[in-house]
Design a protein. Structure first.
Lengths: 360, 572
């Protein structure tokens, strides 16, 4: 089971670089999601790995083979990969069984065994007995499973997925996330998974690579990205957050006007610009009259509720800080603890204030 | 070290697209097909015994009779375009937006007029409205006792009329397609804001359809500019020339291809210019497609005007279809076509003559042979080219697409002159063989074939092919096992378009044929000189039957209206 090593990968369309010196390592048997907004180069990266395009610079290695470099690209059919497409790309003129069996022909597998393996994989994706149907006769979710079966049955070295769930409705999409994770744990194929949906990426992957302007902004386990975003872009893209532009003011302290915050990290020279990220759910809110004393070392802030939105399982507050232009989003439990216009006390632990580089 | 280099080279070779030669070959064939004749045409128009010269241009542009031919073409093109517009626009509106009785049948009758070879219509109208024996004139004399004819088809108005009734479908198609995209709610939105019915038509509907109306008019004008058959049949006996008949006469003995080449340039320029304008008009049409959901369209109630409107439509269709088809059928079975079809006048001799007589028989065989061959090669080449351009397989694929469509601006007569010049000299000596006709047809039908194939391949998601590639199938295998089966009906439809185009072709054939390589249309033209209208009618009926059979096949395959599928074609 080989891994993938991508170094300095670059692809331009005209003058515009879609992928711009991207480095990425996928360990053997690992599932890595390429996550980013549209235009970040994630699909182009995937298509470069598949061999549908030649890179302008950089190399793609799988195991000890160089698969792509400028001027030399192993064609897709000799990469021992499989891919699941956004459109599923099931061939409408072939039955489900014919679709699934197609790739086995090129793997040198005798006919009798092919049939066996098709039946087996269809059972694995819960489509036993659907072999004689045509794709047009299946529901969206079933077509999705056929696409998965067609990719897995050839036992590829590398599996590529290009937003495979984006055409499904919300509930089915959630179900299929777990399904894909389950199949990955069973077959443990080295996998690259392209998506723009951060929740999907977090459920499915071992590690998530957040792409921005054709490069990896940060790669790490979902919890690491969420708790320790290294750039403003990553902090904003993974989950909701409050970003505050501030100035460093001695070790572990930043200021913005009259607002002073204790933060987790130090190492910033006094006067250096700094961006602080605070997750809405890490801020504790209570009516100012009934506020408990803040724990030692935590930031205690005073503000007024601008708006409180009841969301069923949580309450979303907008709180304007007193004597400051900063407005914080706060996620609190139900029932609501404060109404619009009510003065509140906020408590933010220093470790919840994550310091980001000012510019990225 | 050397070993590493060798393995690197091996990898490089392995990385090459092994199907590349196929793409390059298709591209090269296209370039040769189009650029070689046009290059020769341009070259010969400016080369004299002493090298470069503009003498041919001076000669053709300064000569009064040739100036008159140019002017006649302008008159013909403009007025027949106007006739087409006057007929096509109201019929489009009537059949698309009103409760006209029989509006479901009318489109198929218009399709019939669309696929009728214009020169065949001209033949039929000679029999209908020739000054002496024409049936309509005879009827008029019998009814009124007059001894002057009512109609003389051998005249500019006659020619304009006959050209117009066979080019109005271009206007009709453009407008119905656009009307179909305008949902009634766009008009309702104006009405609810207080606009009256006329106001709605003036401020909403008409502006949205206007680009389609203008571009339909341009297509009809282009059609008339390029036409050879109808002017040759109607204008020559009337004693005047158009550009196309004049170019043809340059090839009567002794042939003066250099004059024809120079004379073809204004025609080529005019066509290119008009197509450019039309493209600009349509390019801005996007706004007419708003409301893609195509909400409900309520038909406009014609009330008391229902039957007068129907009568008008039927009158047009009578001129374009019923009367011509009737007289052709009658002539095919009559000893003397001008006499009533009595028992004594009935005969099958025309049929046995046509199908057993050496000259006509071999022309029919030539036509079928060329039709099948051109359709096979044309559909194949067009599909390959469309594949190359759609999947961007070679550098400069945009240029290939442009080249494949470029013959649209080349009228058949001009193309024939170019081919004549290119293939009567080394390295390709093809004049006098069927091959030069094959090349002419292939080039002429390439735009229609290419746009048809392009539409087909656009409908096949590239991921369907990529899914095959990544599972281990090579490019050519994917083409064979995945793309081809999915494109099958589209390819067959392309075949049919090309085939129909070939069997009716006259304007290029008339210059490129030799005594051994006559085709049906050319023989019909010859038979006219001999006054053999019976045999012409038989060949015409045969041509129509083949055409309709092909259209029916195509409609069955595509499961939709062929008129709707027709690309915005070019001149014949």
């Amino acid at each position: 089971m080989p891994g993938i090593v991508i170094t300095g990968l670059t692809k331009r369309f005209g003058d515009v670089p879609a992928v711009d010196g991207l480095d990425l390592t996928v360990r053997p048997g690992e599932l890595v999601a390429l996550l980013g907004p549209s235009g970040c180069g994630k699909t182009t990266t995937l298509r470069l790995v598949a061999g549908f395009m030649a890179p302008d610079a950089g190399e793609i290695h799988v195991g000890d083979r160089v698969l792509s470099s400028p001027g030399s690209v192993v064609p897709p059919e000799r990469r021992r990969m499989a891919m699941i497409f956004q459109s599923y790309a099931l061939w409408p003129h072939m039955t489900v069984a014919q679709n699934v069996a197609y790739g086995l022909r090129f793997a040198g597998i005798p006919r009798a065994e092919r049939t066996e393996r098709v039946i087996e994989i269809l059972r694995a994706v819960q489509l036993a007995g659907y072999g004689a149907r045509y794709p047009g006769e299946l529901s969206g979710g079933q077509q999705q499973r056929v696409a998965v079966a067609r990719a897995l049955v050839v036992e590829p070295e590398i599996l590529l997925l290009d937003e495979p769930l984006s055409n499904l409705d919300a509930s089915l999409r959630e179900e299929m996330r777990f399904e894909i994770r389950r199949l990955h744990e069973r077959f443990a194929i080295t996998t690259l998974y392209v998506t723009h949906d951060q929740a999907e990426a977090m459920v499915i992957s071992d590690r998530v690579a957040v792409l921005q302007r054709g490069r990896v902004a940060q790669i790490g386990a979902p919890s690491e990205l969420f708790e320790h975003p290294r750039t403003r872009f990553v902090a904003e893209f993974i989950g909701k957050t409050n970003l505050i532009d501030a100035v460093a003011d001695g070790p572990g302290r930043v200021t913005r006007g009259r607002l002073r915050l204790r933060v987790a990290a130090d190492g910033l020279g006094a006067g250096a610009p700094a961006v602080i990220s605070i997750r809405p759910h890490q801020i504790a809110l209570s009516p100012r009259a009934a506020a408990p004393a803040p724990p030692a070392g935590a930031n205690a802030l005073a503000g007024t509720v601008i708006r409180a939105s009841y969301l069923g399982d949580s309450v979303d507050y907008q709180v304007g800080l007193d004597d400051s232009d900063v407005v914080l989003r706060v996620t609190g439990p139900t029932p609501p603890r404060a109404r619009t216009g009510e003065p509140v006390a906020l408590t933010v632990p220093a470790e919840a204030c994550v310091l980001l580089p000012a510019e990225d | 070290m050397a070993e590493a280099a060798a393995s690197r080279r091996g990898r490089r070779l392995a990385g090459l697209d092994r199907a590349a030669p196929v793409w390059l070959l298709a591209a090269a064939a296209l370039v040769l097909l189009i650029l070689l004749p046009l290059g020769w045409l341009a070259y010969i128009s400016v080369s004299g015994p002493q090298g470069f010269t503009l003498a041919h241009y001076v000669r053709v542009l300064a000569d009064p009779p040739l100036q008159r031919a140019l002017w006649n073409t302008v008159v013909l093109a403009f007025w027949s375009g106007a006739v087409a517009l006057a007929i096509g626009a109201p019929m489009a509106w009537l059949s698309a937006r009103t409760d006209l009785p029989g509006r479901r049948v009318i489109p198929s009758l218009i399709l019939a007029s669309f696929v009728t070879p214009p020169f065949l219509g001209a033949f039929a109208w000679v029999m209908l409205a020739g000054p002496n024996a024409g049936s309509l004139n005879q009827l008029y004399r019998t009814l009124t006792g007059a001894d002057t004819p009512l109609l003389n088809i051998f005249s500019m108005p006659g020619l304009v009329f006959v050209v117009g009734i066979y080019s109005f479908p271009y206007v009709y198609v453009m407008i119905t397609n656009t009307l179909g995209l305008i949902a009634s709610d766009l008009e309702d939105a104006a009405a609810i804001l207080g606009a009256g019915r006329l106001e709605v038509a003036r401020t909403i509907t008409l502006p949205m359809v206007l680009p389609a109306i203008l571009s339909g008019f341009i297509l009809a004008v282009l059609q008339a500019l390029a036409l050879f058959g109808s002017p040759a049949i109607l204008a020559l006996p009337a004693g005047f020339h158009t550009v196309t008949t004049q170019m043809w006469s340059f090839f009567q003995y002794p042939p003066r291809p250099e004059l024809a080449a120079a004379f073809s340039m204004p025609l080529l320029l005019a066509t290119a210019l008009l197509l450019l304008v039309q493209k600009k008009l349509l390019g801005r049409r996007g706004y007419a497609a708003v409301g893609g959901k195509g909400g409900q369209r309520r038909p406009v109630r014609l009330g008391a005007w229902r039957y007068p409107a129907l009568a008008g439509c039927l009158a047009v269709l009578a001129c374009a279809v019923f009367l011509p088809y009737g007289i052709l059928l009658k002539a095919a079975f009559a000893r003397a076509w001008a006499q009533p079809l009595t028992r004594e006048n009935f005969t099958l001799e025309n049929w046995s003559f046509t199908f057993l007589h050496g000259a006509t028989q071999s022309a029919i065989l030539n036509t079928l042979e060329l039709g099948v061959l051109t359709a096979c090669v044309g559909a194949g080449l067009a599909t390959l080219l469309a594949y190359v351009t759609n999947r961007r397989l070679v550098v400069g694929h945009q240029v290939l697409g442009f080249l494949a469509l470029s013959p649209v601006v080349i009228p058949g007569v001009v193309l024939a002159v170019a081919l004549f010049v290119a293939y009567t000299r080394p390295p390709f000596l093809l004049y006098g063989t069927l091959w030069i006709l094959f090349l002419a047809y292939l080039t002429k039908e390439m735009p229609v074939g290419y746009s048809q194939a392009d539409a087909t391949l656009r409908g096949i998601h590239p991921e369907l092919e990529e899914a095959g590639r990544i599972l281990g199938a090579g490019r050519l295998r994917v083409l064979r096992e995945i793309t081809a089966p999915l494109a099958k009906s589209g390819i067959i439809a392309t075949w049919c378009f090309v085939f129909i185009g070939v069997i009716r072709e006259l304007s290029a054939s008339i210059i490129l044929f030799t005594p051994n390589t006559k085709v049906m249309s050319v023989v019909m033209f010859d038979l006219k000189e001999e006054g053999q209208f019976g045999a012409i009618a038989v060949l015409g009926v045969f041509m129509l039957v083949m055409t309709f059979a092909t259209v029916a096949l195509m409609q069955a395959l595509l499961g939709r209206d062929v008129l709707g599928a027709r690309p915005s074609g070019g001149p014949g």
